[in-house]
Each structure stands twice: as C-alpha cells, then as structure tokens.
Design a protein around this ligand. Structure first.
Ligand SMILES: Nc1ncnc2c1ncn2[C@@H]1O[C@H](COP(=O)(O)OP(=O)(O)O)[C@@H](O)[C@H]1O
Ligand SMILES: CC(C)(COP(=O)(O)O)[C@@H](O)C(=O)NCCC(=O)O
Ligand SMILES: [K+]
Length: 342
C-alpha cells in the first residue's frame, strides 16, 4: 500500500492507495508546533506501507518531521514530489517550473486527464490559486489570491474592534453584526473574484473551458457560484497517485539518509518525458472509492463522472442560506455535460 500526503499551509490531507485505487481521504489540522503528535494518532495503526509520496508547500520543518517519523516507524523515506517542466502530458508555464507550488502542479495533472476541454482549477485553501491548462496540456499560468481564512484574520489582526469570535452562523447579504459583515464581505470578495475570472476566461476560450473548484473552502463557496463550476475533491492526492503509479514496478526505497531524500524532478533539468498519465495508470483497478475515475481510462478524451463525496461535517463559518449570487449547483455528474468530465 502506498501513502499519499498533501501538506498544505493549513491542513494535511492523506490517503492510501492499493491496486483498487485510492481509499477515502482524511485530514488533520497542521499544528504549528509540529505534526508528530498528529502522525502518532492517525498513522500509527497503518500497516504494510511500502512507499510514501508527499506534496508539501508548507516548508522544510514539516518535511523533516514527516521524514523522521516515517523513517523511524516504517524505515521509509518519503518521496517529495516537485513541479516539473513537463510530465504526464502537462507543460508547466512557469519561468522556473520548480517554483510552481507542487499542489498546483499536481492539480493540473489531475485535471488534464479528465476532459477534452481547457480546464481552470480554482483551489480554495489557505491561498486561493487559479490555474489554467489547455486541452493540449499547456499550462497557461494562473494567480494567487488570499484565502477566506486569511482575509478574515487580516481584518481581525489589523483592527481593534473586529472579531470572528462568535457562534453566529448566519449569512446575510447586508449584515447587521460584525461577524456576519466579515463573513459576507469575505465570501463576496472571493465569489465576485471567481465569477469575474470565469467570465473573462469564458470569453478568452470561447466558452471551451471547464471550471473546477477544490480545496477546504470549496464546499462553502460552491452554492455561491454559478452552475458551471464543478467540485473536484482531493485533486492534489489524485495528482500524486500518477507519480505513485509510475513507480509501481520499483521496489520501495529504504534506509536512505535525509540528504538522499528522494525528489522526483527528472524533468527539471529540461529533459522532457513523453509518457502521459495513460502510460502509468492501473487500468485494471475498479477504483471503488475515488471520486473521479482516472483509473478506469485516463485518456483526456474519456467522459467520466464524478461520484458525490459525503458532505464534510458542517463548520461554524459555512454560509448557510446565501441570498446572492447563489444558484443551484449543477453536479459534475450531470449528463448534460457531454464532453466535460471529471
Ligand atoms: N474540517 C476542516 N478543518 C479545518 N479547516 C477546514 C475544514 N473544512 C474546511 N476547512 C477550510 O479549509 C481551509 C483549508 O483548506 P485546505 O485546502 O486544506 O488548505 P491548505 O491546502 O492550504 O492546507 C481552511 O482555511 C478552512 O477554512
Ligand atoms: C500558493 C500556495 C501558497 C498555495 O498553498 P495552499 O493554499 O494550498 O496552502 C502554494 O501553492 C505555494 O506555496 N506555491 C509556490 C509559489 C507559486 O505557486 O507561485
Ligand atoms: K490552494
């Protein structure tokens, strides 16, 4: 079994992967003082882990802690994946490809496999990132926007009277208390930005573009966005799975020192690989729990459907009854989407 880990600036998301595909993902909050206690809690009972693949945007300290833990517990050194110039049919548009956040790179790889249209990935985590990949796999670049929690905390941290410390869960367009005003303001800031991006990109791509939303705040934003934004959970972990499958035939790496810490970055030196995800995907796997069907047939021409993931437990800050610009969300499995697929 392979362990896939997506370390963001707020949370760690992880799952295991076997011949049947990915198991249901889990997450825990990053404790600023370290992750060892969390790892002892969530991974102690995992057995038969043969390799560990990590996408980390949260810095060296957490990488070192994770490495120390897996080496001690399983005698395994994690493979920290890095963004590349070209791989799995996707070409990185960054001036310095390795500088693109690994979460963004893996999202591009995941998204590109599932439709025969250009794709725009909107990842609503600590930061909100927007990335575009064309039908031909060319990354077009993107943008980075403060995430909802950061927007709220910057208001609270830079004013005297503002606080989000309340149990009020109400979303009111015109708020009558401080908490709701912050809630409404930040949600409007984000949704208005996203809608503007969508509108501009639709024009640029002559409507031949598909919009994907993911990340911890995606489900809170989804009801506030237009119908043509599709929820795609665990997109980073699914991107990691392409790397994990690629290494299928290789034996697990053991007993490596930290200096030898494996980094899959063979394309960074400019050498382009020719394989696409189709070359490395386990097509025999029934893919029982994944919410996208990259296992079944990863060709970009393939039409697949998203199965609905059980809703996360409601949180305090979630918008409950949005008035505007709320519309009913069309799910990605909508059969009226003939050539778009996740
Ligand atoms: N169960 C949860 N625990 C913590 N944060 C959550 C949870 N569900 C949603 N969130 C939201 O998700 C955001 C983090 O999203 P995530 O995609 O995990 O970010 P990152 O990848 O930057 O760690 C938080 O800012 C928070 O608003
Ligand atoms: C933009 C990000 C901070 C987003 O991180 P996240 O919100 O997922 O924690 C991350 O992708 C990152 O550190 N990127 C490197 C810089 C870049 O992509 O340009
Ligand atoms: K993000």
């Amino acid at each position: 079994m392979k362990l896939l880990v997506d370390i963001g600036n707020s949370r760690v998301k992880w799952t295991t992967m076997d011949n049947n595909g990915l198991n249901e993902s889990q997450s825990f909050d990053r404790n600023k003082s370290g992750i060892k206690a969390s790892l002892n809690k969530v991974w102690k009972t995992l057995s038969e882990i043969e390799s560990v693949y990590v996408a980390n945007v949260a810095g060296e300290k957490i990488a070192a802690q994770l490495t120390e833990w897996t080496e001690k517990q399983w005698n395994l050194t994690p493979k920290f994946i890095q963004a590349e110039k070209k791989h799995f049919g996707v070409t990185n548009a960054y001036d310095e490809p390795a500088k693109l956040g690994i979460d963004r790179w893996l999202s591009l790889i995941s998204a590109r496999q599932h439709a025969r249209l250009a794709q725009c990935i909107i990842d609503c985590g600590t930061a909100i990132t927007v990335d575009i990949v064309t039908k031909a796999g060319q990354h077009q670049g993107g943008m980075i926007i403060p995430g909802i929690s950061i927007m709220k905390s910057s208001l609270v941290n830079n004013t005297d009277a503002l606080t989000t410390d309340t149990d009020d869960q109400e979303f009111k367009t015109l708020a009558t208390n401080t908490y709701s005003a912050i809630q409404t303001g930040t949600l409007y800031a984000v949704t208005a930005t996203i809608e503007r991006i969508i509108s501009d990109l639709k024009e640029s791509f002559n409507n031949r573009i598909r919009f994907i939303i993911t990340g911890g705040d995606a489900q809170a934003l989804l009801p506030l966005l237009s119908d043509d934004v599709h929820y795609y959970p665990d997109i980073v972990l699914k991107g990691l799975a392409f790397y994990a499958r690629q290494d299928k035939a290789k034996p697990a790496e053991k007993n490596k020192s930290k200096a030898q810490k494996s980094q899959i970055s063979s394309d960074v030196d400019g050498q382009e690989k020719t394989e696409t995800a189709a070359d490395v995907t386990d097509k025999t796997a029934p893919n029982t729990v994944e919410t996208s069907t990259e296992n079944d047939n990863p060709s970009p021409e393939t039409i697949t459907e998203e199965k609905k993931k059980p809703a996360r437990k409601p949180r305090k800050t979630r918008a409950t009854k949005p008035k505007s610009p709320a519309k009913t969300k069309k799910q990605a499995s909508d059969p009226s989407l003939p050539e778009e697929a996740i």
